[in-house]
Ligand binder design. Structure first.
Ligand SMILES: [Zn+2]
Length: 107
């Protein structure tokens, strides 16, 4: 594996750890909110919605990261899913979750 790819892999893993940590924190916040006073229930529900939205966003990004990490493991990371051509390293550095070359992504 090239140094550049290794760097991207490490960045993806760092981001993954960060997101996992965020999800754990969100979960703890939601649990804590539920133990608050009954009178604050309406406010709680609003908070839950915001936190769920944040959680969904994090989960979506996590699945993209996992997919990218799988592609690295399978040595497919630099191969375009659509046309099979090589994805430019500069593109992967800018958009690490992509599995399409710039030409296919433009279509
Ligand atoms: Zn392509």
């Amino acid at each position: 594996m090239s140094t550049e790819l290794l760097t991207i892999k490490q960045q993806l893993q760092a981001r993954k750890a960060e997101l996992m940590q965020r999800l754990t924190t969100l979960k703890a916040d939601i649990t804590m909110a539920h133990s608050a006073d009954w009178s604050e229930q309406a406010q709680e529900r609003e908070n839950d919605e915001v936190m769920n939205a944040l959680g969904n966003e994090a989960r979506l990004e996590l699945s993209k990261i996992n997919r990218a990490l799988e592609r690295i493991e399978e040595d497919e990371y630099t191969t375009c899913r659509s046309c099979g051509e090589e994805i430019a390293l500069k593109r992967l550095q800018a958009v690490p979750y992509t599995d399409l070359c710039i030409r296919c992504a433009g279509h």
